[in-house]
Unconditional design. Structure first.
Length: 198
């Protein structure tokens, strides 16, 4: 089973994270306690739609704001993905989809390239969703993509509700990664690159 355990402790956060890419039961997405209510909701959706089992605990300086916890969880989750994929032998590597979430429509494309980067064109009509700063969606995605070694593109094609837009981003990422990390039986012993490595 492809899985990874990450421990990350700084002066701002203390994170324990376990990721299983091939979990048999992902109905609830896992046990997620980020210390940030809205991020818990988004990560649960990400894991459920990705078909991943995610166990997460984070003690962060949320009395300052949610920035450090959100970014550091993105870093830890990215590290877990990279570790769980090992040499990436046999994976499909690429995936993309346009995911509807009510009036919002989100385009997500991923390449498990080994070259982590995030490209986006997502705007939110509000600065906050509850107490969560909407700008932190971008911070999370960038931290995740860079540390996972994934080229990630997310675009908003439509959307008027900030909650729906954010939810579409996390669901789309989970769904795209679900396909990209899946095994291609025709090439199960091959690295999906003419370079011979990713």
């Amino acid at each position: 089973m492809r899985e990874a355990l990450i421990k990350r402790k700084t002066n701002e956060t203390d994170i324990g994270l376990c990721l299983q890419l091939d979990a048999e039961r992902t109905e609830e997405g896992g046990n997620i306690k980020s210390g940030v209510g809205f991020l818990d909701h988004m990560l649960t959706l990400f894991a459920r739609h990705g078909g991943f089992l995610l166990e997460l605990s984070c003690k962060g300086d949320t009395w300052v704001d949610d920035h450090h916890s959100t970014e550091d969880i993105g870093i830890a989750l990215g590290q877990a993905f990279q570790k769980a994929l090992s040499d990436k032998r046999g994976i499909r590597r690429y995936a993309s989809l346009a995911l509807p979430m009510d009036e919002a429509l989100i385009l997500c494309a991923v390449d498990i390239s080994g070259r982590g980067a995030f490209y986006t064109d997502v705007t939110f009509p509000s600065e906050k969703i509850g107490t969560f700063d909407t700008e932190l969606v971008e911070e999370f995605m960038r931290a995740f993509a860079v540390n996972a070694g994934i080229t990630l593109h997310i675009r908003k094609l439509a959307g008027a509700n900030s909650h729906h837009i954010a939810e579409g981003c996390f669901k789309a990422l989970g769904r795209a990664l679900r396909e990209a990390v899946s095994q291609d039986t025709r090439f199960q012993n091959e690295i999906p690159s003419t370079k011979g490595m990713l």
